[in-house]
Design a protein around this ligand. Structure first.
Ligand code: DGJ
Length: 573
């Protein structure tokens, strides 16, 4: 049924006020993604942009009053982007009747604090469940059905098999994007959209309702089979292996093609803590094995198809980059159903790409200690890295350098940012550093001339090759030079950028760096010019010129907190 869309007078009025006449921006500059070498960059106002972001608490942006004191703190904490939730229940309190006053206020306030926005469409699903869907929809449970889990139990999780759910969600999202286009199409305060939040089935490995069971017993859709055959050589290896183990079948039921799912006898617990996962399996890497993959693959296809329609409806109104985010598999949530089954996890990326080509980015909510490994899994097949949720502090700061410098991240966004903004000097310093470096990082992303390295406590020194040299990085001692025996409690990281055959910019904190040539010829590397300094609007402003005690008498460099060094090298024997 097509619903009539009404927009309240208040919303129209505040929307009209928001349309900037003087911004000088144009529709052509609509935020979009663009390739640069092996990287994909987010283009804002015609220029590549690094989102030094933070995500607000889930409901903070539902009240302008609540947000009032928060905006200036975010700006002072050196953020340039804020991730803020938009509640479906709040914008569509009656079916087809929209109220955008709060959204308008959020856009207006972000803009006046010089912040960009990524809006999070909390709609059919949030952390798997459906707490942000409007009451009118949730009460109408015959028309908008829930899923069923083991033993026919219904839970508060809208069905991804329901066309009515999908169409209602898509219509509301289209109305939101139409409105954002109207009020922000020239200013581009809103630069990207997250569609839904951490989708997937919880409490069971798949939907067990009659409609889901029927689809599960039926054939794998031809569209999916065609995609897999076409991309057979470039599929995600762990997914390809699974398909291979079941004979690379090109047709059949889900179980025939991908193997058996969860046995009926097994109850999925809320968390996979031991028992039944043994303590040993919990503590080592065994929890990473895929359990009942067919259930997860089946649900991933279903969610991808549903959300694809929502994204298409939104993009038809205003085509800015859109992504989906994942709650990851982890020791305490090791089985599908303990983490949302069917979400955009790395092992089912191919299913999402096949089912939802309109989605630009699959994004990890990354709170895990194996940060680099997850980044590496998410940048496969050219998927751009955007980290909508993560931790902050010293560890988060090191991770941010790694994400931008090594994995060409588009953005990095610690969660519940207003709780730490102002007191988290590590993140603030790192965002200041990254803001200075942004033009240089953006120039070098995807070209093979930039590298970042993260050293964890108790790691051996790390060696990285860039240009004609190998850099050796270890924790720095307090007095400079590599630390012997002393180990800090958090990781340290550095970005190295090659700007000439023998010239580097090195930025980061807490690391000591030495070099050796890796080209044939003289075997030793010497430090030529070493300058500390800052970048102002992309221009290098040198400070002290360093030698003697500050370079270990010419033998090593030490990165002070969030420092930048320009270094030239030579080789000799
Ligand atoms: C992940 C979710 O995506 C967030 O919205 C929030 O609920 C956090 N978990 C809570 O830790």
């Amino acid at each position: 049924m097509k619903t009539r869309i009404l927009i309240t007078g208040v919303a129209l009025c505040s929307g009209a006020l928001l349309v900037s006449q003087a911004s000088g921006q144009s529709e052509q500059d609509t935020p979009h993604l663009r390739k640069q070498g092996s990287a994909t960059q987010l283009i804002v106002d015609g220029k590549p942009f690094l989102a030094l972001a933070g995500e607000l608490g889930n409901n903070s942006a539902t009240s302008l009053e609540h947000m009032k004191p928060i905006w200036p703190r975010l700006q002072e904490a050196k953020l340039n982007t804020v991730l803020a939730g938009v509640s479906w229940a709040q914008i569509e309190p009656q079916e087809g009747k929209f109220e955008f006053g709060i959204v308008d206020g959020v856009i207006r306030e972000a803009r006046s604090h010089n912040l960009r926005l990524v809006l999070l469409w909390f709609a059919s699903w949030k952390n798997g469940l459906s707490s942000y869907a409007p009451d009118w929809l949730k009460k109408d449970f015959e028309r908008f059905p829930r899923i069923q889990v083991k033993d026919g139990r219904t839970i508060e999780l809208l069905s991804s098999f329901s066309d009515a759910n999908r169409d209602a969600d898509a219509a509301a999202f289209a109305a939101l994007m139409r409105h954002i286009h109207q009020v922000d199409g020239r200013d581009h305060t809103v630069i990207m959209m997250q569609v839904e939040n951490e989708v997937g089935v919880l409490r069971d490995s798949r939907d067990r309702s009659a409609v889901a069971n029927k689809a599960f017993a039926g054939p794998v859709p031809k569209e999916l089979m065609d995609y897999l055959q076409k991309h057979k050589d470039t599929l995600i290896p762990e997914f390809r292996d699974l398909w291979k183990d079941h004979g690379f079948k090109t047709a059949g039921s889900w179980v025939e093609v991908f193997g058996p799912g969860k046995p009926d006898s097994f109850d999925v617990p809320v968390r996979s803590l031991s028992p039944p996962l043994s303590q040993e399996a919990h503590d080592n890497t065994e929890w990473r094995k895929l359990t009942w993959p067919v259930d997860e693959i089946f649900m991933a296809w279903q969610y991808a198809r549903f959300i694809s329609r929502v994204v298409e409806a939104g993009k038809a109104e205003y085509n800015i980059p859109m992504y989906v985010n994942a709650w990851l598999q982890q020791p305490d949530h090791a089985w599908p159903g303990t983490y949302p089954s069917g979400g955009p996890l790395p092992q089912v990326m191919d299913i999402w790409k096949a089912g939802a080509p309109a989605i630009d980015i699959l994004a990890p909510d990354l709170y895990l200690s194996h940060f680099a490994e997850v980044c590496a899994r998410y940048v496969r097949q050219g998927n751009p890295l955007f980290i909508p949720e993560t931790g902050a502090g010293a560890t988060g700061s090191a991770n941010a350098l790694l994400a931008f410098g090594q994995y060409n991240a588009i953005g990095f966004s610690p969660f519940y940012i207003e709780r730490t903004a102002g007191s988290d000097t590590d993140l603030e310093g790192t965002y200041d550093l990254l803001a200075q470096l942004s033009p240089l990082i953006l120039e070098h992303q995807g070209k093979g001339t930039m590298i970042a390295i993260l050293v964890n406590p108790n790691d051996p020194p790390q060696n990285v090759q860039l240009g004609n040299y190998t850099a050796h990085l270890a924790f720095a001692s307090r007095r400079g030079g590599p630390a012997v025996g002393q180990q800090p409690s958090s990781p340290a990281a550095a970005i190295l950028i090659l700007t000439g055959p023998d010239e580097f910019y090195i930025a980061g904190a807490g690391l000591s760096v030495t070099f050796t040539p890796h080209t044939p010829g003289p075997p030793l590397a010497g430090l030529g010019t070493v300058e500390e300094g800052t970048f102002v609007n992309g221009r290098w402003i040198p400070g002290r010129r360093l030698a003697g005690d500050d370079t270990g008498q010419g033998e090593n460099l030490s990165l002070r907190a969030n420092g930048i060094l320009r270094v030239t090298l030579y080789s000799y024997r």
